[in-house]
Design a protein around this ligand. Structure first.
Ligand SMILES: *Cc1c(COP(=O)(O)O)cnc(C)c1O
Length: 235
């Protein structure tokens, strides 16, 4: 166990170095990029080891798993992000435990979040998921769907839309991923100009273990990294 934890701390340090180097390579500050450690592959023990190693922003892709970990006393200091698909019937249990939802992909879901957040007396921060790869199997809005939603966003008083999220194409490696990320950056810059005054799309959640450096070069402010952190540490 001890050696697993040492491996995890090493992996984390290595990832942080690579994040910083990628940011500096394009003249960005390393602290402009937040690491979201994706813990869906591991149990409570290794998740807790990440917290001990100084990484507290954690992501889960399944609401159920997020609820379970968020309720664990050993993980009380974690700041949870939901990075995967959210069904409307799971909104109510999710809102109280998340700091940010990365993966909102429909107006109906936005409305559900707004309604529940109002009942809970809070404002929920979300990103809108965009499909930049054209991959039909993926969740996410098209650019046109996003544009159509924009004027209505201020009506959702209990939702704060603070940016966009995407997943790169599975095929094509880092070069194709980088064109997908560049497309999200361009879309963000375009729609920001058309957006209502109080909507600030300042965050871009993009980049995973195999393509996070490309994402950082294209402006990512949140990278979602899982497998790279647990290499050699998960039994
Ligand atoms: C699993 C997952 C990640 C992390 O992927 P790795 O390749 O393991 O880094 C990032 N984003 C989402 C939406 C995921 O489901």
């Amino acid at each position: 166990m001890e050696s697993h934890h040492a491996q995890l701390a090493d992996n984390l340090a290595r990832v942080r170095e690579r994040v910083a180097a990628a940011a500096e390579s394009v003249g960005r500050r390393p602290d402009e990029v937040e690491l979201v450690a994706v813990t869906k592959y591991v149990g409570v023990e290794l998740t807790a080891a990440l917290l001990t190693a100084g990484c507290s922003v954690l992501g889960e892709s399944r609401p159920q798993q997020l609820w379970e970990k968020a309720a664990d006393p050993g993980l009380a200091t974690a700041r949870w992000h939901l990075i995967g698909h959210l069904q409307r019937n799971k909104v109510r249990r999710t809102l109280p435990v998340v700091e940010l939802i990365h993966s909102v992909d429909s107006w109906r879901l936005l409305e559900s979040i707004n309604e529940c957040a109002a009942e809970l007396g809070r404002t929920t921060r979300v990103l809108l998921e965009v499909n930049c790869s054209g991959d039909a199997a993926k969740h996410g809005l098209t650019g046109d769907e996003l544009r159509r939603m924009l004027p209505d966003l201020p009506k959702l008083e209990h939702v704060s839309v603070c940016g966009l999220m995407t997943m790169a194409a599975l095929e094509g490696g880092e070069a194709v991923a980088e064109t997908n990320f560049a497309a999200l950056l361009q879309l963000r810059d375009d729609v920001q100009r058309e957006a209502p005054a109080d909507i600030r799309l300042s965050h871009l959640s993009m980049g995973m273990s195999h393509d996070f450096e490309a994402a950082i070069r294209q402006g990512a402010t949140l990278v979602r990294i899982g497998s790279l952190l647990f290499e050699g540490a998960a039994s």
